[in-house]
Design a protein around this ligand. Structure first.
Ligand SMILES: C[S@@+](CC[C@H](N)C(=O)[O-])C[C@H]1O[C@@H](n2cnc3c(N)ncnc32)[C@H](O)[C@@H]1O
Length: 276
């Protein structure tokens, strides 16, 4: 690789970090070519060098954001890893619902929701709890940095491959409508969910009150230690004292003394410890 190419990649990595706090490993620099190919085409460019020159020429927040979003990894699926969702269904959600009988409110946050499968998986579990939740105020928030992902989540339209990944047939029949080549989330599920764009690494996070359950899965692995630490502190503040945090299977809280890890159902979840 030429010295000039290395500088271009360095510059692009800085742009990505400043916008999304995602740390890209130089050994994966080749990904810029593939992930930014569409953006280049839209901009009428053929080479990454042109993009870098344009970005260097003058501050262009829209283009910088497009670069950062294009470099995010959006891999997801319905009921991803299954066990956390089984645990929520069988044990944790019923416990929380019992504990919230007096105010009849349930708040769940799917942080870094990508195209929405995680959020709708949670909504399916909640809907399955009816009639226990009839008359309750249930809010399921799905947020992601990437606007294109949030739009897809909001649309709730999935192709055959996406539907075939992790979604039991009984849920397809109950919660989706088949339209042409796609399956569309039914209103009863959509009504529970609200999607919006949110950068987890630009505090303060725009929430008041507490969540009962937070899923922060498969996003921290792209962040630096400092960013993870700050994010985990915010999440700690936003979680109800008896709330539940679920991370991705290879992720851990940074300041472990702030969390009680609980092994159950072949998986692990976290409860916030009081920090005094
Ligand atoms: C691998 S997906 C995980 C999706 C889902 N949570 C799951 O486990 O299947 C990671 C998501 O994190 C989002 N993301 C990356 N950096 C982010 C940030 N700083 N703020 C919010 N979302 C971010 C990406 O856009 C991407 O959709």
């Amino acid at each position: 690789m030429t010295a000039a190419a290395t500088l271009h990649y360095d510059y692009l990595r800085q742009v990505v970090f400043s916008l999304s706090c995602n740390v890209l490993d130089p050994s994966h620099d080749y990904l810029f070519e593939t992930r930014l190919a569409r953006l280049l085409r839209h901009q009428g460019m053929t080479q990454l060098e042109e993009l870098v020159e344009r970005l260097r020429e003058r501050h262009n927040p829209e283009l910088e954001r497009a670069v950062a979003e294009a470099m995010t990894i959006n891999e997801t699926s319905f009921f991803r890893d299954l066990r956390p969702f089984e645990l929520l269904r069988k044990e944790l959600l019923p416990q929380i619902v019992k504990a919230r009988q007096s105010n009849r409110t349930l708040r769940i946050w799917s942080a870094a929701c990508s195209t929405g499968q995680e959020t709708y998986s949670l909504a399916m579990l909640v809907r399955e709890m009816n009639p226990a939740l009839v008359g309750w105020n249930v809010q399921i928030e799905g947020t992601d940095l990437a606007c294109a992902m949030v739009e897809r989540a909001r649309a709730g339209r999935y192709n055959r491959i996406e539907i075939n990944r992790g979604l039991p047939a009984r849920y397809v029949v109950r919660f989706f409508e088949h339209e042409g080549e796609e399956w569309v989330v039914k209103t009863e599920l959509r009504d529970l969910c609200r999607f919006r764009s949110l950068n987890l690494c630009k505090p303060p996070l725009p929430f008041t009150g507490h969540f009962d359950v937070i899923l922060l899965r498969n996003v921290m692995l792209y962040l630096s230690w400092e960013t993870r630490r700050d994010l985990m502190r915010s999440v700690h503040r936003l979680l109800a004292p008896d709330g539940i945090l679920m991370l991705g299977s290879v992720e851990q809280p940074v300041e472990e003394e702030m969390w009680q890890s609980v092994l159950a159902g072949g998986t692990c979840y976290f409860r916030p410890k009081s920090t005094g």
